[in-house]
Design a protein around this ligand. Structure first.
Ligand SMILES: *Cc1c(COP(=O)(O)O)cnc(C)c1O
Length: 461
């Protein structure tokens, strides 16, 4: 007898049965892990995966239920789980259930955003939602727009590409606090290495920027310049002084890009949005919704103040957007990305915006901001811990009093190896700090205390 072919995702009865299995496996895996990450470190985890996996591509298949149960379970068991409040190293968000559910629907339908005949409603939805989000970033601009990207790295790269295309060439000026993706983007695009303005205080000093732009033309070659400022540094959650930087840029005829991958969603908070004053003076803005935004990856955006800036991305491939198809009214989507096949990542975001509204999303931002202040208070009160400075966003840098850098690094690794907590590390003031990035609105004061207790326990073992 011929084996039955596996059912397609469109068979929702089959999908629902498999989904039940996947959800059971998620629960079982999380229970087996019992903490924010698996204990034992990389070797133990890799050994466990190899054992369970056996042959990755067997001659005879083991069947859908077994494969799904086994591998989802082992992945969950060995996950660094952002839903655990003690998993707080990176901008690694605990995704919302509704966004994950929407993402499943997106996978099942599998629209591809490179041509209208693969994504009729999805492309229309993307157009509406990106327009609305672009207007959040550039409320006063007549024609803002936004592209959906895989994240801050791709958005920053596109920002440099657009600047290069406006001018033929461009030198990027960044703070020493900027994301590493600018250096790679310049490398990839054949641009000069970014000129780096030192940021000893953690953010760009507008005077130092002015000197770089005016005082030393050799450094920027006297040619076109794109200044990339950061709203939410990856290491410290700090925000460059955007209004002052925008002034300096205007005075030096430099263009401004703001990397708000981390801080951008603060726009949704009526309490905190003033922190982003000046953001709309940028020409382009990077925003990630898979950080503050609670989307499963990927959910990046590049917002542009003027949609006309995107025209250079136009590109024709006859099978996708032949001129006569476009003239006949089929939307031309190929210029919305450098990718071709592209997931409808906008669906989960659209669902989230509709479900929570600005107020609901803003409340999640506010809660994480509160947690960061609370953690900072607790660090200040702990006799054995030093706080780097009061948090601006949701990142708290701290270290045991008197510990050397080697000890700080060792504490972090011991917590990882024990599966007890996932904290990050960051250099500031020439020293190494532990970093807690708080993106979990469900974290409790008790969780914050547990983090600190674990770190304090690590200093006298
Ligand atoms: C996270 C981050 C990026 C990179 O974004 P990805 O989504 O990881 O590609 C860029 N800039 C800043 C400031 C970030 O925090």
């Amino acid at each position: 007898m011929r084996a039955a072919h596996p059912p397609p995702a469109a068979d929702t009865t089959a999908l629902s049965r498999l989904l039940g299995t996947a959800l059971d496996a998620l629960r079982e895996g999380a229970r087996a892990r019992g903490g924010p990450l698996p204990a034992g470190g990389p070797e133990a985890v890799a050994r466990r995966v190899r054992e369970v996996l056996g042959e990755p591509f067997p001659e005879t298949g083991r069947g859908s239920q077994e494969a799904l149960r086994t591998l989802v379970r082992v992945l969950a068991e060995g996950a660094a789980d952002p839903a655990d409040p003690l998993c707080a190293a990176h901008l690694h968000t605990p995704p919302l259930a509704l966004a994950a559910a929407a993402d499943l629907a997106a996978s099942a339908l599998n629209p591809s955003m490179d041509s209208w005949d693969q994504a009729p409603a999805a492309s229309a939805l993307e157009a509406e939602v990106t327009a609305a989000l672009a207007a959040e970033v550039f409320p006063a601009a007549p024609h803002p727009d936004a592209l959906v990207t895989t994240g801050g790295t791709e958005s920053n790269q596109l920002a440099l590409l657009l600047a290069r295309e406006r001018h033929g060439r461009v030198t990027t000026v960044v703070g020493a606090n900027a994301h590493h993706s600018f250096r790679r983007a310049a490398w990839l695009l054949g641009l000069p290495e970014p000129v780096v303005v030192p940021t000893p205080s953690g953010t760009i000093d507008p005077e130092a920027l002015r000197e770089t732009l005016h005082g030393a033309p050799a450094r920027t070659d006297g040619g076109p310049v794109l200044v990339a400022a950061t709203a939410g540094t990856t290491d410290g959650g700090l925000i460059d002084p955007l209004p002052e930087i925008a002034e300096v840029c205007a005075g030096a005829r430099a263009e401004l890009h703001v990397d708000a991958a981390y801080g951008g969603p603060v726009l949704f908070s009526s309490v905190h949005r003033r922190l982003l004053d000046g953001l709309d003076r940028a020409r382009t803005v990077t925003v990630d919704l898979h950080k503050l935004g609670w989307q499963p990856a990927a959910a990046g955006l590049l917002a542009v103040r003027d949609a006309a800036d995107l025209a250079v991305l136009g590109h024709t491939a006859d099978y996708l957007n032949a001129d006569d198809d476009t003239e006949a009214g089929l939307p031309d989507l190929l210029g919305r990305s450098l990718r071709t096949t592209r997931r409808p990542d906008v669906l989960k975001t659209a669902v989230t915006l509709r479900a929570l509204g600005r107020t609901g999303l803003g409340a999640l931002v506010d809660r994480c901001m509160e947690l960061a202040q609370d953690l900072a208070d607790r660090v200040e009160k702990a006799p054995g811990l030093d706080l780097r400075e009061r948090p601006v966003l949701t990142t708290v840098l701290f270290r045991p009093t008197g510990a050397d850098d080697t000890t700080v690094a060792a504490i972090r690794r011991a917590l990882l190896a024990g599966g007890r907590a996932v904290l990050g590390r960051a250099e500031a003031d020439g020293r190494l700090w532990l970093k807690a990035t708080l993106l979990n609105p469900h974290a409790t004061p008790g969780d914050l205390d547990r983090i600190l207790t674990l770190v304090e326990g690590g200093t006298h073992r």
